[in-house]
Design a protein around this ligand. Structure first.
Ligand code: ADP
Ligand code: MG
Length: 238
C-alpha cells in the first residue's frame, strides 16, 4: 500500500539479436539488446553508421523480426501476433518518419497526409478533417494544396511527420529525421517532436547529432549491434 506500482514498459526487448544472411554470409545487425521503453518516453538512439540503429527501429516498429530474443508490446510477445494483428498495430499505433521523406511528388501535401487514412478505409470527410488537423500540428495548414515537390526539405519532412501522426499513433519512430535538414529546419522539427511528446506520444529518435540527442529525455548508445554505456561510446568517438 502507498507506493505507486512500477509501471510495465510499453516496449520490452530482451536479448534481441538480428542476424542478416545476405548470400550466406552472416552479418550482425543487433546482438543481445535489452531495452525497456515506457509510455511517454522520448528516447534518442545514437551510434555510428552501420551500428544497428535502423535494424533496432525496424524491430521496434514490427517491420522486421528478431532472429532470437523476445520483443513484447504492452506485455504481449509480438511473435504471437497474427499478420492481421501486426498490420493493425503498425497502422493504428505506430507512426514512422524516415530520413528520406517518401512523399508522392505529384500529390498535394494534404493528399499525402490523407494516404494512411485512405488505406485504412476512412471516409473522405473524416480523412480531410484529420489530415488538416495533422498539417496544423506541424504548422503547414497553409501549404495544404501545394504539391509535395513544391515544398522545401524541411516542409517535406514536416508533411511526413503529419502523415505519421494522422492516425494518432501512440508511438512515433523517427529514423534520422533531421539527417537531410538544415539546422533551422532540424530545430523546428525537434520542437514539434518535443511538443508531441509533451502531449503523450512516446518517441524513439535515431540521430547522429549530439545536439539533437540532448533534446530527448534519455539516450542509448549502440556500437556493432550492442547497447553500450555512454563512456564506451565516447571512447570510440575520441
Ligand atoms: P545503422 O542504421 O546504424 O546505420 P543498420 O541497422 O542499417 O545500421 O545496419 C546494421 C548492420 O546490419 C550493418 O552491418 C548493415 O550492413 C547490416 N544490414 C542492415 N540491413 C541489412 C539487410 N537487409 N541485409 C543485410 N545486411 C543488413
Ligand atoms: Mg540507419
Amino acid at each position: 500500500m502507498g507506493s505507486a506500482p512500477v509501471s510495465e514498459p510499453l516496449l520490452r526487448l530482451r536479448g534481441v539479436t538480428k542476424i542478416y544472411e545476405p548470400d550466406g554470409q552472416e552479418v550482425v545487425g543487433l546482438e543481445g539488446v535489452d531495452l525497456d521503453i515506457h509510455s511517454g518516453d522520448f528516447l534518442a538512439v545514437m551510434g555510428p553508421s552501420g551500428s544497428g540503429k535502423s535494424t533496432l527501429m525496424h524491430i521496434i516498429g514490427c517491420l522486421d523480426i528478431p532472429t532470437s530474443g523476445s520483443y513484447e508490446i504492452k506485455g504481449i510477445p509480438v511473435s504471437r501476433l497474427s499478420p492481421e494483428e501486426l498490420a493493425r498495430l503498425r497502422n493504428r499505433e505506430i507512426g514512422f518518419v524516415f530520413q528520406v521523406f517518401h512523399l508522392l511528388p505529384r500529390y498535394t501535401a494534404l493528399r499525402n497526409v490523407e494516404l494512411p487514412l485512405l488505406y485504412a478505409g476512412v471516409g473522405r470527410e473524416e480523412r480531410t478533417g484529420k489530415a488538416l488537423e495533422a498539417l496544423r500540428a506541424v504548422g503547414l495548414e497553409d501549404r495544404r494544396n501545394h504539391l509535395s515537390n513544391q515544398l522545401s526539405g524541411g516542409q517535406k519532412q514536416k508533411v511526413a511527420i503529419a502523415r505519421a501522426l494522422v492516425n494518432r499513433p501512440s508511438l512515433l519512430l523517427a529514423d534520422e529525421p533531421t539527417g537531410n535538414l538544415d539546422t533551422k529546419s532540424g530545430d523546428e522539427l525537434m520542437e514539434i517532436l518535443t511538443r508531441l511528446n509533451g502531449e503523450g506520444t512516446t518517441i524513439v529518435l535515431v540521430t547522429h547529432n549530439q545536439a539533437i540527442a540532448r533534446r530527448a529525455k534519455k539516450v542509448v548508445y549502440i556500437i556493432d549491434g550492442r547497447l553500450v554505456a555512454k563512456e564506451e561510446y565516447r571512447e570510440l568517438r575520441e
